[in-house]
Write a protein that binds this ligand. Structure first.
Ligand SMILES: [Fe+2]
Length: 617
């Protein structure tokens, strides 16, 4: 009688093991096996991290194995199980891998296909087609869209973390980490003391230093020492945590009536301000988005304010960017003067502090929350709803949306909700942050997520003209590496543009992002469908870059870019493409390390060895 060796790998995260009964059946092209209990005498099967092998003898020839069915039944109390993968050695000596990387909960069952990625058109056999369809039907019931606030990109329909499908919840340790990190961050930042300090108003700039006491690294120490200087203020627009707002000023805006006389002492080239603009030496950061946003009124004893500044910057003869004029609100007038470096020291310093404060609000709510966290969640939900696990694009993207829906659900539970941390600690709390997202969604275009195009749109592409923009330089290297990798993977599975166009599952994924994420807005420039391999690889680069590099640059925080410990792909050409991707990324690590050598203020946010794969913190 034919005999198979079945090897079962249990996850190594907390509580991954199970004491429940596990049954296996094999579905082959010519027959199905009986249900076999996987059990070894005097042995504790399926412990956390274990790889156990079992001999399974069947009554008849099964032909090619098409599916494996795993059933879990209660032993004592329900005990969830995380199955990494199963390998099968057939009676003919062939090995077949069945990746899983999922939880089985309750009296659950899971039906697995072998690890070869397949498009729908490659599946001709009825039971495989049926399996594919059923998987999506089940997922669409579990992963539902919900509007958290009007005008927001839709998010997952779950009130709290424990309502999420088990597969996308944090592993216990990650969940615990989150709580720990959160309280640690609170403790580190002395947030209570900090808030108290502001409520009772502060009297000295040295008070600021108190909040940094416990955060010490090269960058924070240097920033603390030099934060009042114009050079540091300018540098932060290029290589700080919000390096996406500064743009080259091609024309002075009417709403900022600055004259050459006003900024004369800052200009170093004996040119008028207009001439400096023409030569490309003037830059601008405009916080127009904050205009009309309600300041936090949740605490009746604390009157809070928001500015909507415009800051003009100058590239000096040393090619460094420095601020030369600041207007705190949008409409010019007597009540809204333009502050200059030639003003009294503290007037100028306070104007810069207002700009930093505005930058903080836009950074947290738009650059970070909307443009990495919420958009990655959209890609994640669309992926789970429209792509079966056997689809190559699912296999490619799953590592890049890992824990994103979970972290966002936690954020909606604890941070950005009513009475959450935003309401307590931010001037945009109490609804201002919601208004900001609603307003900013109109600028969330597809082009703005294509890194090279976004840099160009802000006129910041010239390395010669603007030499110290490391966010741009490193970001472009990483973007190119990702694009090379995605186009290699796309070319493995799509032999022509027509195959892309006819892949209905892929088209449904892209359409879901457009309809539910972008709310069907044509102006977003998000594609409704994808017709070529080139466009597909660009789209996938946007998804991966946004979730990994862009988030790292603006968040910074276990699993780094290019590392795929879950082996969803088993085919050699993809594994080779992954190896080349890692090699390219390693080369980028060396380039960045070399550049940072001897720099007082190194920029390493986009060094691939520090870029997590997904938005998970
Ligand atoms: Fe984050």
């Amino acid at each position: 009688m034919p005999s198979y060796t079945v090897t079962v790998a249990t996850g190594s995260q907390w509580f991954a093991g199970t004491d429940d009964y596990i049954y296996l059946s094999l579905v082959g092209s010519t027959g199905c096996s009986e249900k076999h209990l996987l059990d070894k005498a005097f042995y504790n099967d399926f412990e956390r991290g274990a790889v156990d092998s079992y001999d399974v003898t069947v009554d008849e020839e099964l032909g090619d194995i098409q599916l494996i069915r795993i059933e879990k039944r209660k032993y004592w109390i329900h005990d969830d199980w995380y199955l990494k993968y199963i390998t099968l050695k057939t009676p003919h000596g062939d090995y077949i891998e069945f990746p899983c990387y999922r939880w089985i909960t309750g009296d659950g069952e899971i039906i697995l296909r072998d690890g070869r990625a397949k498009l729908a058109r490659d599946d001709q056999i009825h039971i495989l087609k049926q399996h594919r369809r059923k998987e999506l039907e089940t997922r669409q019931k579990q992963y539902r869209w919900m509007e958290w606030n009007p005008g927001f990109p839709l998010s997952i329909d779950a009130r709290c973390h424990k309502d999420l499908p088990r597969d996308i919840q944090f592993d216990s340790e990650k969940g615990v980490d989150f709580v720990l990190n959160y309280s640690k961050a609170m403790e580190n930042l002395f947030i209570n003391r900090f808030m108290h300090m502001f409520q009772s108003s502060w009297s000295d700039f040295a008070d600021f230093e108190k909040i940094f006491v416990k955060i010490s690294n090269t960058i924070s120490e240097r920033v603390m020492k030099h934060w009042q200087e114009d050079l540091m203020f300018g540098y932060q627009f290029l290589n700080g945590c919000n390096p996406v707002l500064i743009r080259r000023c091609s024309e002075l805006p009417v709403k900022l009536p600055v004259t050459t006389e006003m900024v004369e002492c800052s200009l170093e080239r004996q040119l008028s301000l207009e001439q400096e603009v023409q030569q490309g030496n003037i830059f601008i950061v405009d916080y127009e988005l904050l205009d009309g946003i309600d300041a936090n009124k949740t605490d009746p004893c604390t009157h809070q304010f928001l500015a909507a500044p415009i800051c003009l910057l100058y590239k000096n003869l040393a090619n460094k960017i420095v601020p030369i004029a600041i207007q705190l609100n949008q409409t010019p007038g007597e009540e809204n003067p333009i502050f200059l470096p030639s003003d009294a020291k503290y007037d100028w310093l306070l104007a810069k502090i207002w700009v930093r404060s505005s930058d903080f609000h836009v950074h947290q709510t738009i650059t970070h929350l909307l443009r990495t966290h919420l958009i990655s969640e959209v890609f994640g939900i669309a992926m789970y709803r429209q792509l079966p696990a056997v689809h190559p694009i699912f296999k490619l993207l799953v590592a890049h949306v890992r824990f994103t829906i979970a972290i966002n659900t936690k954020a909606r539970e604890q941070l950005i909700c009513e009475y959450g941390l935003f309401d307590k600690a931010n001037a945009t709390g109490g609804g201002g942050h919601v208004q900001m997202v609603q307003k900013a969604l109109k600028d969330l275009t597809y082009a703005s997520l294509c890194f090279p195009a976004a840099i160009k749109a802000r006129g910041m592409e010239s390395t010669e003209d603007i030499p110290y923009y490391f966010y741009r330089d490193d970001g472009l290297l990483v973007w190119d590496a990702i694009q090379t990798f995605t186009s290699e993977v796309v070319n493995i599975y799509y032999e022509s543009d027509q195959v892309v166009e006819e892949d209905q599952e892929l088209q449904d994924f892209v359409k879901d992002v457009y309809m539910y994420g972008m709310r069907g807005k044509k102006a977003s420039g998000f594609p409704k469908s994808i017709k070529t391999r080139e466009k597909l690889s660009e789209y996938l680069t946007v998804v991966i870059f946004t979730a990994s590099a862009q988030h790292a640059a603006v968040n910074f925080g276990q699993l780094f870019l290019g590392m795929y410990p879950e082996e969803h792909f088993i085919e050699k050409p993809v594994k080779e493409a992954m190896a080349r991707f890692r090699k390219n990324l390693e080369a980028i690590v060396s380039v960045i390390a070399e550049r940072n050598k001897n720099k007082k203020l190194p920029y390493y946010y986009l060094s691939p060895d520090r870029i997590p794969n997904s938005v998970a913190i």
